[in-house]
Design a protein around this ligand. Structure first.
Ligand code: PEP
Ligand code: MG
Length: 498
């Protein structure tokens, strides 16, 4: 029996099935008494981390032990209790207390600031526990497995660890949804949108991402191994066309560089805060952004301000508004935090979902007012794509987000999008218009949607005048090779043939 779906990546994974536990099977009945609920949550989270520490190797043990100790920290508990005494619900009290301490650690800098990420992890686990859920929600297993799920919540998707999860199969999900983006970035072969699939826990299955198929296993396992092509990307005549990386987690930055990325072309900042009940403070944010910049070792980094969407909502932002309009006060905080992290480094900051040149000017003024030196916008709404020529002197660069642009032009949901959608001539003409307009305005133009990872489309974008490309790190090698095979004239001719 073979199931067909949307393949993400080109690896093959064979392994035993582990089904995603349903929420019901995870739920402990939350205790009525808030104090008991908190005490129970602290115990459960610390005990789970202690168990993991005991089975971790030497290198990991001390780190996990220290994280477990954070969960039992009396100062944290006292702060949570004080908030509860003031009338906050336990989950809000945990989130508030954790973020307040994270702010203090971040402001202290140095080794203290490095603990912020661990503290936030503890906070996420505690919040889930007091709500009667357990984290991580991915199944427990002593051996690596193929994860089978209906779809993954963004907060679960970010836990995908290629060391544990060999492959991923989802009943739902589209080519440019959050699950696809994260699986691609982590190099986990995935097949999405296969519909209901009747495989049992422990059964061996084969996930062939290149073919977009899932089958009961018949052959030997093929370990996916990313191909590394280092050195700057260039066209056949030697003209440079840097291929940067799209990432959404601090540790993905170093992984991207190891796969040859010439910088970070898109850091999706919302992926850092998916579980935050309250908005992260300025110091906590700037510690995270500084960690991104440090990991990039002086290469250029483009951080996108957060982009809450239906696909990946941020609990502390109002639903329904995307891009810089979601909440101006919080946007100002984020820009200030980015400016704090910037120092002398090559940080570029862009806003998603900008509607037109006027809104781009509003955002650029805010960002420059905060002290940022290089400001851009993501072109992913047709209304802005049509007027990139008017961005001269308004922003420093643009980046084309083909994922949203494709969905907007074709009128499809991203969670139902298919691999070929972006090759539709209506989409490509819109991309061309945006690139040509931006170049006429003297701006550099990157293409950062998933379409850029398709070698054929990357060549077209080069022919249209893109000055860089940004893709999920495991896709870089194929794009790099495709670009090296064409001259600028050939790339332009391919565009003329469209
Ligand atoms: C896009 O829309 O193409 C993009 C790069 O951003 P995201 O996928 O995060 O919406
Ligand atoms: Mg987008």
């Amino acid at each position: 029996m073979t199931w067909n779906g949307i393949g993400i990546g080109d690896g093959v994974a064979v392994g035993p099935v582990r089904r995603m536990p349903t929420v019901e099977s995870l739920a402990d009945t939350p205790l009525d008494d808030p104090e008991e609920r908190l005490a129970h949550a602290i115990d459960a989270v610390a005990a789970e981390l202690e168990r993991r520490a005991a089975s971790a190797g030497d290198a990991g043990r001390r780190i996990v032990e220290a994280t477990a100790a954070m969960a039992r920290d009396p100062m944290l508990q006292a702060r949570i209790e004080a908030r509860m005494a003031a009338g906050e619900e336990p989950d809000a009290a945990v989130a508030g207390a954790v973020h307040a301490i994270a702010e203090l650690l971040a402001a202290a800098g140095g080794a203290s600031a490095e603990r912020v990420v661990d503290l936030l992890d503890v906070g996420r686990r505690l919040v889930a526990r007091v709500r009667g859920r357990r984290l991580p929600t991915l199944p427990e297993s002593d051996e690596p497995f193929v994860l089978v799920a209906d779809d993954l919540a963004p907060a679960d998707a970010v836990l995908l660890d290629p060391g544990r999860v060999l492959g991923l199969v989802c009943a739902d999900g589209g080519y440019t949804g959050h699950t696809a983006i994260i699986a691609r970035a982590r190099g986990v072969p995935a097949v999405l949108g296969v519909g209901p699939i009747d495989v049992r826990d422990g059964e061996l299955i084969r996930v062939d991402a290149g073919a977009g198929t899932v089958a009961r296993d018949t052959g030997p396992a093929t370990a996916p191994h990313p191909i590394v092509v280092t050195g700057p990307a260039e066209l056949a005549d030697g003209s440079p066309l840097p291929v940067l990386a799209n990432v959404g987690a601090i540790d993905e930055v170093a992984e991207a560089l190891a796969l040859g990325a010439e910088g970070i072309g898109l850091f999706r900042s919302e992926l850092l805060w998916l579980e935050a009940r309250t908005a992260p403070g300025r110091a906590e944010q700037s510690a995270a952004y500084a960690a991104v910049l440090r990991a990039a070792r002086g290469l250029p980094v483009v951080i996108r301000t957060w982009d809450p969407s239906e696909d990946k909502p941020l609990p502390f932002l109002p639903p329904g508004l995307r891009g810089p309009r979601a909440d101006e006060t919080l946007l100002r905080d984020q820009l200030a935090a980015l400016a704090d992290a910037q120092g002398a480094r090559a940080l570029h900051v862009m806003a998603p979902m900008v509607r037109d040149a006027e809104e781009a000017a509003w955002f650029a003024a805010l960002a420059r007012g905060a002290g940022l030196r290089s400001v851009g916008v993501v072109v992913e709404l047709p209304s802005l794509a049509a007027e990139t020529a008017n961005l001269a002197g308004v922003v420093d660069f643009v980046s084309i987000g083909t994922n949203d642009l494709t969905a907007q032009v074709l009128g499809v949901l991203r969670t139902r999008s298919r691999a070929g959608d972006a090759s539709d001539p209506r989409v490509l003409r819109m991309v061309e218009r945006a690139i040509v307009g931006a170049r006429s305005a003297g701006l550099s133009v990157s293409v950062c949607g998933e379409a850029a990872a398709d070698p054929r489309l990357a060549v077209l974008f080069a022919g249209m005048g893109a000055t860089s490309i940004s893709v999920a790190p495991p896709s870089r090698a194929a794009v790099h090779r495709a670009l090296a095979r064409v001259t600028p004239a050939q790339a332009r001719a391919a565009v003329a043939d469209l």
